[in-house]
Design a protein around this ligand. Structure first.
Ligand code: SF4
Length: 121
């Protein structure tokens, strides 16, 4: 069973992306970067924001979510970096590098496949 943590952009999650539903539906349907779990059990453990610009607290937040889930015996096995962070964050290289250096599990860049390309088409 894969236990998935999604990490996204705080500003997008707070102000633009409604309910993070695209990431969640993407995982439920095994779409986009979640297609790797097509024939596998996989659960969402959490959706964590970066902690706000410039994402300096991301490692602390990884420690916090690990502690928060310990009593539940939920151990994260995969981290996905959400499209909102990848597509919009000027600090993404630093943030993603920090996550990859500290997570201790595989970090996958990308989440759902529902990016609207033709809004007025
Ligand atoms: S650091 Fe990047 S991901 Fe985090 S809120 Fe700012 S723009 Fe978004």
């Amino acid at each position: 069973m894969e236990k998935i943590l999604i990490i996204g952009c705080k500003k997008n999650m707070d102000d633009f992306c409604i309910a993070c539903s695209r990431c969640m539906v993407g995982l439920n349907r095994r779409g986009g970067k979640f297609s790797r779990y097509k024939d596998q059990d996989a659960e969402l453990v959490g959706i964590l924001n970066c902690g706000d610009c410039p994402g300096a607290g991301i490692v602390t937040r990884l420690v916090q979510i690990n502690l928060w889930n310990k009593p539940l015996e939920e151990k994260i096995t995969k981290v996905h970096i959400a499209n909102c962070l990848i597509d919009n964050c000027p600090h993404k290289e630093t943030i993603i590098t920090k996550i990859k250096n500290k997570a201790g599990v595989e970090v996958i860049e990308g989440t759902h496949p529902f990016i609207p390309n033709d809004i007025f088409a």
